[in-house]
Design a protein around this ligand. Structure first.
Ligand SMILES: *[C@@H]1O[C@H](CO)[C@@H](O)[C@H](O)[C@H]1NC(C)=O
Length: 237
């Protein structure tokens, strides 16, 4: 007993040193963006157009996209579109004739720069879009319940040529469904920290942890709190 305490202590110190140097050496994937301009247009039923500039480049997961163009539109009462793309050159998107949706304006080479943003929120009839400029994050609030159904604040937003990372806070009571068809042993509800790949394999469903045929790039969330009725939302990438 007299011997084991100091050696345990030593082991504990060693582990914590290794952990802290591991954290210091680990390269971040990205540092996010800041908003450099945001303007409202009343054309075609109204939309916002803004520009984002990358805060700092990293080499992890390939080249960064330094300038992004933001387009925000309340497509109808229940659907808000947040479209973020490379501001300097067009990227492939699902063709608009296959999946009809509001088309963002063409990219322009000379975005207007303004250092203040007159609109802290952009409300539709049911959903409110709000943002923080630096680092850029956005949130979506459901007007009727005050529920924050999406909030990217506190996470690094990363947009690289072949890697995109966008995260949201979730209420602890939320249940998520969606992504690819798989045979996860935990059932169809998505579980925290489980990896979900999006590959179609057309494999037999007899094996566990296998991707099957269908890949919908969407997530559906249900919020249940004992003092409220259930709210639901969907997120389509
Ligand atoms: C989003 O989260 C941030 C950080 O937790 C918080 O400061 C902000 O108020 C939230 N946005 C909304 C609309 O609640």
């Amino acid at each position: 007993m007299a011997f084991s305490s100091p050696s345990l202590l030593f082991l504990g110190l060693l582990v914590s040193l290794c952990l802290s140097s591991g954290i210091a050496l680990e390269e971040k994937i990205g540092y996010g963006y800041h908003l450099v301009s945001l303007e409202e247009s009343t054309l075609h039923g109204g939309f916002l157009v803004g520009y984002l500039k990358m805060i700092k480049s990293t080499s992890k997961y390939g080249p960064d996209i330094p300038n992004l163009r933001l387009f925000v539109k309340h497509e109808n009462q229940y659907r808000l579109r947040v479209h973020i793309t490379d501001a300097d050159s067009p990227r492939w998107e699902v063709p608009y004739n296959l999946l009809p949706r509001a088309q963002p304006p063409p990219l322009t080479k000379t975005p207007k720069i303004s250092s203040h943003f007159s609109l802290p929120t952009y409300p539709g009839s049911n959903l409110i879009f709000t943002f923080q400029p630096d680092p850029f994050s956005f949130a979506v609030i459901r007007k009727s319940t005050g529920e924050i159904i999406f909030n990217t604040s506190g996470f690094d937003f990363v947009f690289k040529d072949q890697y995109i990372q966008i995260s949201t806070q979730l209420p602890e009571t939320a249940s998520l469904y969606g992504l690819g068809e798989t045979t996860q042993p935990g059932g169809i509800r998505l579980r925290p920290n489980d990896p979900y790949t999006l590959y179609t394999t057309d494999a037999s469903a007899i094996n566990l942890n296998t991707d099957l045929y269908r890949v919908p790039p969407s997530i559906h969330g249900f919020e249940k709190q004992w003092w409220k009725s259930v709210g639901a939302w969907g997120f389509v990438a």
